[in-house]
Design a protein around this ligand. Structure first.
Ligand SMILES: Nc1ncnc2c1ncn2[C@@H]1O[C@H](COP(=O)(O)OP(=O)(O)OP(=O)(O)O)[C@@H](O)[C@H]1O
Ligand SMILES: [Mg+2]
Length: 449
C-alpha cells in the first residue's frame, strides 16, 4: 500500500482521517513540523496532507509553510496537499506558490479529498516512471554525448544521417558545446570507422608551422627540416581529417586547403610530387564564418566546399533542460575520481545552474564541477562550491516588490494551468476580476497561451 503522511495537530481530525483513509493507504500521523520531517524521512511518503496551522503557532501559516519547505527540500518530487481554515485563501495560494500540489479548505469534504489523493498518487507514479525513463535515456546518451532536450536530439539525428555520407561537414557552436565530440561521433559512425581519426587544432599551431604540420615537408624544405615528415593529412588517409578552429587558418593556407578538397591530393612543403589522399574532412569553428567572409578573412569558395552539410550545437543556456542531467553525470564522474561521497546538488545550486548563462558551455560546467567535487564541504554541492553567485544570475530577491511579484506570478501560473488557461475560472479562483487578472498577467509578463 502507498504510504500517506497526515500532519495535523488536531487529534480528532487525525483519528477521523486515519479511519476513512486507512483502507486505501498506509497512513502515518504527525502533529508538528519536526514530527512530520522525521516521519517523511522514515516512510518516504510521496504524498503528504499538511495542515498549515501547526504548533507552536497554530493560528498562523508560518510553521506549516516552513514544514512544507523542509519536506520539499528533502524531496522535491513529493506532493503536498495543504489544508487551511475558512477564509484563508491567501495562505492557500501562498502555499501553492511555494510548491504545494493542491489545497483544501476546512471542513474537509472527504469525497473531494479522496479524489485529490488518488490523482496525486497517480501523478507521483507517472513522474517516477518518466524520470526513470529519462534517466536511462540520459545515461545512455549518444556516442558519449548527453542531452535529452529536443535541440540535442536533433543534433544526434543529424549526426546519424551525415555520418553515412562522405561529404565534408562543418560543425558550428560556441566554445565548449561539444564540437569535437560530434566530429568523433561522425567518424565512429561512418564507413571510415576502422580508419584513423586525425585532428588538428588550427589555432594552437603558429601560422608559420601550420602548413608543414598539415601537409608535411620534404627534407631540407626549410631551415630545421632535417628529415622528411608526413603531415596530418597523410595521417588521415583512409579515415577522417578533423580541422578544428578552421576560422583561424590564414588566407594563404586556405587556398591550399581548397585545392586539396577539389583534387584529393596534396604536395608536401618543398615537395613536387602530388600525393593522393582519401580522407573525409570535418571542420569546426566557434567564429562566425559569414562575418569572417564579409571581412575577407575567410574565402567564400572554401566555405561552400566545407559547409556542404552543417551541424549546429546549441549553447547550454538554450537547452536548460539538459543542465541537471549533465551536471549529475559530470558530478558522479568527478566524485568517483576524487573518492568523494557526494549525493548531488542542493536545490539552490540546481536553480542557479539553470539560470546561469554558461559562456563556456559544457567545458565550463566540467571545470566548475571538478572544482566543486574537491572543495564541497557537505554531501550536497552548493552554489558557492561552484563559484556561482545566486545574486549575479538574478535569483536573489532583494525587494518586497520582487517578492510579491514572484508569489503572484507563481499563483497565477498555477491557477491558469489548473484551469487550462481559462481566464475566467482562474480569476474566480484567485478572487479577482477577469480584467484585473488580465492586467496583472500583462504587468508580470505572463504570456497567455
Ligand atoms: N553533450 C555532452 N555530453 C557530455 N559531455 C559533453 C557534451 N558536450 C560536451 N561535453 C564535454 O565538454 C567538453 C568540451 O567538449 P568539446 O571539446 O567537444 O567541445 P568544443 O565545442 O570542441 O569546445 P572548444 O570550442 O572549447 O574546442 C569535453 O570534455 C566534452 O567531453
Ligand atoms: Mg574543440
Amino acid at each position: 500500500m502507498a504510504s500517506l503522511l497526515i500532519v495535523d495537530d488536531d487529534q480528532s481530525i487525525q483519528t477521523q482521517m486515519k479511519w476513512s483513509l486507512g483502507g486505501d493507504y498506509s497512513v502515518e500521523l504527525a502533529g508538528d513540523r519536526p514530527g512530520a520531517v522525521a516521519a517523511a524521512a522514515g516512510s518516504g511518503a510521496a504524498v503528504i496532507l499538511l495542515d498549515l496551522g501547526l504548533p507552536p503557532r497554530p493560528d498562523e501559516p508560518e510553521e506549516g509553510i516552513a514544514a512544507m519547505r523542509e519536506l520539499l527540500e528533502a524531496n522535491p518530487h513529493r506532493k503536498i496537499i495543504v489544508i487551511t481554515g475558512q477564509g484563508e485563501k491567501g495562505n492557500a495560494l501562498r502555499a501553492v506558490a511555494e510548491g504545494a500540489y493542491d489545497f483544501l479548505n476546512k471542513p474537509i469534504d472527504m469525497d473531494e479529498l479522496k479524489i485529490i489523493l488518488k490523482r496525486a498518487f497517480h501523478l507521483v507514479r507517472l513522474e517516477a516512471e518518466y524520470r526513470e525513463l529519462q534517466g536511462k535515456l540520459a545515461a545512455d546518451g549518444f556516442e558519449g554525448m548527453l542531452g535529452t532536450s529536443p535541440q540535442m536530439q536533433a543534433v544526434f539525428t543529424a549526426v546519424r544521417k551525415v555520418a553515412l555520407a562522405d561529404a565534408p561537414v562543418l560543425i558550428l557552436g560556441e566554445s565548449g558545446t561539444g564540437k569535437e565530440m560530434v566530429a568523433q561521433a561522425i567518424h565512429r559512425r561512418s564507413r571510415r570507422q576502422a580508419g584513423p581519426f586525425a585532428a588538428i587544432n588550427c589555432s594552437a599551431i603558429p601560422e608559420n608551422l601550420l602548413e608543414s604540420e598539415l601537409f608535411g615537408h620534404e627534407k631540407g624544405a626549410f631551415t630545421g627540416a632535417h628529415a622528411q615528415r608526413p603531415g596530418r593529412m597523410e595521417a588521415a588517409a583512409g579515415g577522417t581529417l578533423f580541422l578544428d578552429e578552421i576560422g583561424e587558418v590564414p588566407l594563404a593556407l586556405q587556398v591550399k586547403l581548397l585545392r586539396f578538397l577539389q583534387e584529393k591530393s596534396i604536395q608536401r612543403v618543398g615537395g613536387r610530387r602530388p600525393i593522393e589522399i582519401d580522407a573525409r574532412v570535418l571542420a569546426a569553428t566557434n567564429v562566425d564564418l559569414k562575418q569572417a567572409m564579409a571581412a575577407e578573412r575567410f574565402r567564400e569558395d572554401l566555405y561552400y566546399r566545407l559547409a556542404v552539410v552543417t551541424v549546429s550545437l546549441p549553447p547550454l543556456r538554450e537547452r536548460t533542460g539538459d543542465i541537471p542531467v549533465l551536471a549529475k553525470v559530470i558530478l558522479r564522474r568527478f566524485a568517483l575520481e576524487n573518492n568523494r561521497k557526494l549525493s548531488g546538488f542542493n536545490a539552490e545550486a540546481l536553480r542557479v545552474m539553470s539560470a546561469y548563462a554558461w559562456p563556456g558551455n559544457v567545458r565550463e560546467m566540467e571545470n566548475r564541477i571538478r572544482r566543486a567535487a574537491i572543495m564541497a564541504e557537505g554531501r550536497h554541492v552548493t552554489p558557492e562550491d561552484l563559484e556561482l553567485d545566486p545574486a549575479a544570475v538574478g535569483l536573489k530577491i532583494t525587494t518586497l516588490k520582487e517578492a510579491r511579484e514572484k508569489v503572484e506570478r507563481e499563483a497565477i501560473r498555477r491557477a491558469m494551468a489548473r484551469h487550462r488557461n481559462n481566464l475566467s475560472r482562474a480569476a474566480e479562483e484567485l478572487d479577482v476580476s477577469r480584467p484585473t487578472l488580465y492586467e496583472l498577467m500583462d504587468k508580470l509578463g505572463i504570456r497567455r497561451e
